[in-house]
Design a binder for this molecule. Structure first.
Ligand code: NDP
Ligand code: OXD
Length: 309
């Protein structure tokens, strides 16, 4: 069997070398090189060029190089019988926790504000918050959200969580479904979005939701840009209802130069780097699925195309 690697971020060679070294008997091709397209049965992919899968008539499964699969499920040209897998990895989860913890401390201690004051030569001490002042609300208690909840609890944060199905986690209060969302939000001072992007969760971070948070709440969106209504965030920060936001993901990436987020003083921004799949950590599970596929066994970390994640 031959595998094609498709990604447009200049990282194909790094992944190809690691995969080839770990499985010398398999033929791995970059989609940019000449390759026998009719023999390709598996594709390992991160944000593909639209329409590319039509070229692979023998394709049987697609592995996302990341945790998210929204870019695959949004592609109407992928036949419904193609299996799709994603990354579930403890390194990815702990990297995400570390990022969110950094963002929370930056909020508690006004670091975004002091950084911008520094460039203006302003000396302006402001009151700060403590861990005990915050309840962190996590939307999405899956592989990443549940790891974050544990890490925050260990540090001493109060944590609440919201998911689609009911959860029972001993150290935190859990809410589920649309009916319990308002109660979850009313208890949350720092909201972390770790939901998959699906038709149900698109634009979920909007004015109506922000109004249900206590005044002065902080938003951390590390899931997908499509969860957020950008103008609503700006409006609610400018009115003083929200204290600020840390954003890692955007509707369009890279974020267009003229987008108001770039210059907004209450927004801390990073370029989709909260948690990046680590080659050494992830190669074994990509190969595990390759061997399972060869043996006709069920794949691990397969997503439900019906559920959308
Ligand atoms: P999981 O699929 O493991 O978890 C998803 C969670 O969201 C589950 O708890 C699920 O509920 C919940 N959920 C899904 N739909 C709804 C809904 N309609 N209402 C309420 N809750 C819902 O995903 P991961 O934790 O692995 O990843 C989450 C997302 O993080 C990824 O999809 C990706 O977009 C993003 N990500 C971002 C990165 C970055 O660098 N910025 C890096 C890696 C991932 P239930 O438990 O009931 O199924
Ligand atoms: C992912 C991501 O989904 O990096 O893994 O966003």
């Amino acid at each position: 069997m031959s595998v094609v690697i498709i990604r447009q971020d200049g990282k194909i060679e790094e992944w190809k070398l690691a995969l080839q070294a770990a499985a010398p008997e398999v033929d791995f091709y970059s989609y940019l090189q000449d390759h026998p397209k009719d023999r390709i049965e598996a594709a390992m992919v991160w944000k593909h060029p639209q329409g590319i899968f039509k070229e692979y008539s023998s394709l049987r499964y697609i592995a996302s190089f990341g945790a998210g699969v929204d870019f695959l499920l949004q592609d109407p040209e992928i036949p419904s019988d193609i299996k799709i897998t994603r990354v579930v990895d403890p390194v990815l989860a702990s990297d995400m926790s570390e990022y969110v913890i950094a963002a929370l401390f930056s909020f508690l201690k006004n670091l975004t504000r002091y950084r911008s004051d520094k460039f203006k030569g302003i000396w302006n001490p402001a009151p700060y918050l403590r861990i005990s002042d915050l309840t962190v609300g996590i939307m999405g208690l899956g592989a990443l959200g549940s790891c974050l909840a544990k890490d925050l609890y260990r540090i001493g944060f109060k944590v609440v969580g919201w998911s689609r199905s009911e959860k029972n986690i001993d150290f935190m209060e859990c809410f589920s479904g649309d009916k319990q969302r308002a109660e979850f939000l009313s208890k949350t001072n720092a909201l972390v979005c770790l939901l998959p992007l699906t038709p149900e969760t698109a634009h979920i971070l909007n004015k109506e939701l922000f109004r249900q948070l206590p005044r002065g709440a902080y938003i951390i969106n590390v899931a997908r840009g499509g969860h957020l209504v950008d103008e609503d965030l700006i409006d609610m920060m400018d009115r003083g209802h929200l204290a600020g936001a840390c954003l890692d993901v955007y509707h369009q990436e890279p974020l267009p130069e003229m987008h108001p987020f770039w210059r907004h003083p209450k927004i801390l921004m990073t370029p989709h780097v909260a948690s990046v799949s680590d080659v050494q950590a992830v190669v074994p599970q990509l190969l595990e699925n390759y061997y399972r596929f060869k043996k006709g066994e069920a794949l691990i970390n397969e997503v439900s195309t019906l559920r959308g994640y």
